[in-house]
Write a protein that binds this ligand. Sequence first.
Ligand SMILES: NC(=O)c1ccc[n+]([C@@H]2O[C@H](COP(=O)([O-])OP(=O)(O)OC[C@H]3O[C@@H](n4cnc5c(N)ncnc54)[C@H](OP(=O)(O)O)[C@@H]3O)[C@@H](O)[C@H]2O)c1
Length: 231
Amino acid sequence: MEKSVNVYENLEFPVEQSGEERPYTFINMVSTIDGKILTGERGEPVQDLGSEVDHLLMRRIEEAADAVLIGSGSQRSSGGLWYPRNLVRIVATRSGNVLAESRFFKDAPEKAIVLCTKQSTLPARPDGVRVKRFEGDSVPWRDAMAWIRKELGVRKLLVEGGSDLNAQLLALDLIDELFLTLAPKVKLGANVPTYADGEPLPREKVQKYRLIELNRVGDEVFLRYRREWLD
Ligand SMILES: NC(=O)c1ccc[n+]([C@@H]2O[C@H](COP(=O)([O-])OP(=O)(O)OC[C@H]3O[C@@H](n4cnc5c(N)ncnc54)[C@H](OP(=O)(O)O)[C@@H]3O)[C@@H](O)[C@H]2O)c1
């Protein structure tokens, strides 16, 4: 299958557009036609939503990134979550409730980073895992992005959800591109998470994107959008 899917093989990003203060940042998610990001409940794994092709393309997007960032809700929901060994993996938590005994940390502890606050209580974790604590009751994303860019040297940052984390970064205008796999499924449910939840933007602040790539494989569609002010 791998060779026959001619999508996202040589991904390039205009990294200079995001400046030196933060990484060029892109989200990748899969959703149903009705916009939901889960087949089950919030906090459950999501592997059954996208197809094998979606999983393959997710890996290609990961390979094009210097680092991946997730919220700890996503980490807790998928204990089997793993990344290519050389990929820096970052998880954000307020509570400190991260899965220390997971492949996320154990596969490459020296590539694993926890972003949290001075109050977060973290479990024992493998040697080498780096912890960055911030003042206040949440990770302040502008400061965290500057730290990721400068201290970690990350130029291309992939965000893989979930809904809560995505919404915060979008609301702060810290996202340059959105990848979306549209799975040919319908879930329904007013409280089922979507690509990004959070507080609604007022009409005059609704964000606009350009569709820069559109691919179809079978019944699935793979979309790539860029913030309109980046072109
Ligand atoms: N369809 C897809 O592509 C896709 C992708 C990813 C995830 N998912 C699904 O989405 C669900 C999880 O999404 P979610 O929205 O519930 O959670 P999430 O965004 O993954 O994580 C939320 C958690 O991240 C931490 N966090 C968020 N903002 C923070 C900040 N500013 N400072 C410090 N910590 C912060 C908090 O952790 P603490 O609670 O530890 O304080 C918060 O509870 C799962 O069921 C997962 O399977 C789907």
